[in-house]
Design a protein around this ligand. Structure first.
Ligand SMILES: Nc1ncnc2c1ncn2[C@@H]1O[C@H](COP(=O)(O)OP(=O)(O)OP(=O)(O)O)[C@@H](O)[C@H]1O
Ligand SMILES: [Mg+2]
Length: 463
C-alpha cells in the first residue's frame, strides 16, 4: 500500500482524536474553559459543554480560592454562569473547570445535601453548612437536592386537623395536615411573631424553617427571640439572607423543602415555614433578567411564575399512611397591595391565605389576622356542620359590625333600628378578645372550638 500524505494525515487525526478522548475521559484531567465576559451577575465562558445546573470552579487572581458558579443558561457556544458568592478576583481569560461528579460523569456533581434527624436544633446555610458554630454531625444522612415528586393521585387527602396553637386559626380558619397556606402581609405587621408562635405551638413532629432573602439581623432575632430554645430543639433552620447570591436564595428554599420531604418520607408530620416566598420569586427574577429573559408581568419574567408551583407542590401530604408537610409561605404585599403579581400567583397555587392587616396591628390587635379577608380552603372538609355554622355566624356578626364601625364610632347608629347589628355590637367585645392572643399564650384546638361554641351559644339559633 502506498502511503500518501492524505492517509498519513487521516491516521494522525484518528490517533489524535483517540488520545483527546482518553484525556477528556480521564478523571484526573479536566476540560477547561475560559472566562470571556462578566456583565452584572452573569459570567460568560467558552470552551466547555455542560448542562444547565452544572457547577464550575473559576480561577481568581491573588491566590484566592476558586469561585464556584452554576450554569444558568447558554447562548450559542458560550455558557452563562452565575457565581454562588461575591467574586472580586476575576480576570478576563480566567480558567474555568467543571466540578466533576463521579468518575466518568461529565455532567457535574449532583448536589448532595445533609438531611435527617441529625440536623434537629441546627441552623444551616443554603449549602448545608452549619451557621451556628458547631460541626456538622458525622452521622448526618445525605440526599440529592431534588426530591422525587409524588403522583398527585397517590397523595393522601387533607383529612386531619392540624392544631396550630393560635385560637383565631384553630377556630375560624382551621388548617389540615398537608395543607399549604400563604401568610400575606406588609412589613412590620407581625408575620415573624405569628410564625414563631406556630413554630412553638403547632402539634408537629418537626419544624423546618426557611429564612429566604430576609435581613441578616432578622435571622438571629428569629432564632434567639422568636423561636427560642424550646422551638429550636425540634426545628431545623435554613437561612439564606438578603446578602447571599440569588442562586443561594433559591437553593435555600429548595434545601429547606428537601429537609422537610426527607422527614415526611420518614413518616413524620412536618411544619414547613418559608419566609418569604416573595423573596424566592425575586431571586428567580434577578437570575432570569440577568440572563436576558424578558420581563412580563410587572417586571417578573415568566420563569418566576413557572418556578413557584414547582416549589410549593413539593409540600403537602405524602402517600397514604405516610407523613405530611403542612407549609406556610409568607407573601409580602408591599404597601399592603393584594394585587401584587406574586401575591396573585400565590393565592392561585396555595390552599388558602391568611391576610395580616396593618390596621389591626396599628390598633394593637395581635395576631393581626383579617378574618374577613382570610380563607382556609380545606376547612369545610375538616370540621363538622355544627362547627361550620358557628364559624359562619361569627364571621357574619364580625362583618356586620365592621361595615357599620364608623357609624357606631360617631354615635350615628340608634340602637334598636337593626336587630342584627344590635347583636353584633353586643358580641363585638367578646369577638375582639377571642381573636387576640399574647405571644406566649397557646390555645389548642379543643379550647378554641369550645371558646367559639360558648361565644355563639344562644345567639346562633336567632340568626
Ligand atoms: N402576638 C403579638 N402580641 C404582641 N405584640 C405583637 C404580636 N405580634 C407582633 N407584635 C408586635 O409587632 C412587632 C412586629 O412584629 P414582627 O417582627 O413579627 O413583624 P414582621 O411582619 O415580621 O416585620 P418585618 O416585615 O419587618 O419582618 C413586634 O415587634 C411586636 O412588638
Ligand atoms: Mg419578620
Amino acid at each position: 500500500m502506498t502511503i500518501t500524505a492524505d492517509t498519513l494525515l487521516a491516521g494522525w487525526d484518528r490517533g489524535l482524536l483517540t488520545a483527546r478522548d482518553r484525556v477528556i475521559d480521564s478523571p484526573r484531567v479536566r476540560e477547561r474553559g475560559r472566562l470571556v465576559r462578566a456583565s452584572g451577575l452573569v459570567l460568560e465562558i467558552v470552551g466547555l459543554r455542560l448542562p444547565l445546573g452544572a457547577h464550575c470552579w473559576i480561577e481568581q487572581i491573588d491566590g484566592r480560592d476558586h469561585a464556584e458558579a452554576e450554569v444558568v443558561g447558554f447562548s450559542g457556544r458560550s455558557l452563562l454562569l452565575m457565581p454562588f458568592a461575591e467574586t472580586t478576583g476575576l480576570i478576563p481569560g480566567a480558567r474555568v473547570w467543571p466540578v466533576l461528579g463521579p468518575p466518568g460523569s461529565r455532567t457535574g456533581a449532583a448536589k448532595s445535601m445533609p438531611v435527617g434527624p441529625a440536623l434537629l436544633g441546627r441552623v444551616l446555610d443554603a449549602r448545608g453548612r452549619p451557621l451556628d458554630g458547631g460541626p456538622l454531625p458525622s452521622d448526618a444522612d445525605h440526599a440529592a437536592l431534588a426530591g422525587a415528586s409524588i403522583n398527585p393521585l397517590e397523595r393522601a387527602p387533607i383529612r386531619n386537623v392540624l392544631d396550630t396553637g393560635i385560637r383565631a386559626i384553630n377556630a375560624l380558619l382551621t388548617v389540615g395536615r398537608g395543607q399549604r397556606l400563604g401568610l400575606f402581609a406588609g412589613s412590620g405587621v407581625g408575620k415573624s411573631v405569628l410564625l414563631g408562635m406556630m413554630a412553638r405551638f403547632t402539634a408537629a413532629d418537626v419544624i423546618v424553617v426557611g429564612l429566604i432573602g430576609e435581613r441578616g439581623r432578622e435571622v438571629k432575632d428569629f432564632i434567639d427571640n422568636i423561636l427560642g430554645e424550646a422551638g429550636l430543639a425540634r426545628a431545623v433552620v435554613v437561612a439564606a439572607p438578603a446578602d447571599t447570591s440569588p442562586l443561594l436564595r433559591l437553593q435555600g428554599a429548595d434545601y429547606a423543602t428537601r429537609i422537610a420531604e426527607d422527614f415526611r418520607d420518614r413518616g413524620q408530620d412536618v411544619l414547613l415555614i418559608m419566609d418569604s416566598l416573595t423573596r424566592y420569586a425575586m431571586a428567580q427574577r434577578e437570575i432570569a433578567l440577568a440572563i436576558g429573559e424578558p420581563p412580563a408581568t410587572k417586571g417578573y419574567p415568566p420563569s418566576v411564575f413557572a418556578r413557584l408551583p414547582t416549589l410549593v407542590e413539593r409540600a403537602g401530604n405524602g402517600r397514604n399512611g405516610g407523613g405530611s408537610i403542612t407549609a406556610f409561605y409568607t407573601v409580602l404585599t408591599e404597601g399592603d397591595d393584594q394585587q401584587d403579581p406574586i401575591a396573585d400567583a400565590a393565592r392561585a397555587i396555595l390552599d388558602g391565605h391568611f391576610v395580616l392587616s396593618r390596621q389591626l396591628a396599628e390598633a394593637g390587635h395581635y395576631p393581626a389576622i383579617d378574618i374577613e379577608a382570610s380563607i382556609s380552603r380545606a376547612m369545610t372538609a375538616l370540621i363538622d356542620a355544627t362547627q361550620l355554622s358557628r364559624v359562619q355566624y361569627f364571621k357574619r356578626m364580625f362583618s356586620r359590625y365592621e361595615r357599620s364601625r364608623d357609624l357606631i364610632a360617631v354615635g350615628a347608629y340608634a340602637a334598636g333600628s337593626d336587630p342584627t347589628l344590635d347583636e353584633a355590637i353586643a358580641l363585638h367585645p367578646q369577638m375582639e378578645s377571642f381573636l387576640q392572643q399574647g405571644m406566649s399564650e397557646r390555645s389548642d384546638h379543643h379550647d378554641a372550638a369550645a371558646g367559639l361554641a360558648a361565644l355563639v351559644a344562644g345567639n346562633e339559633a336567632t340568626s
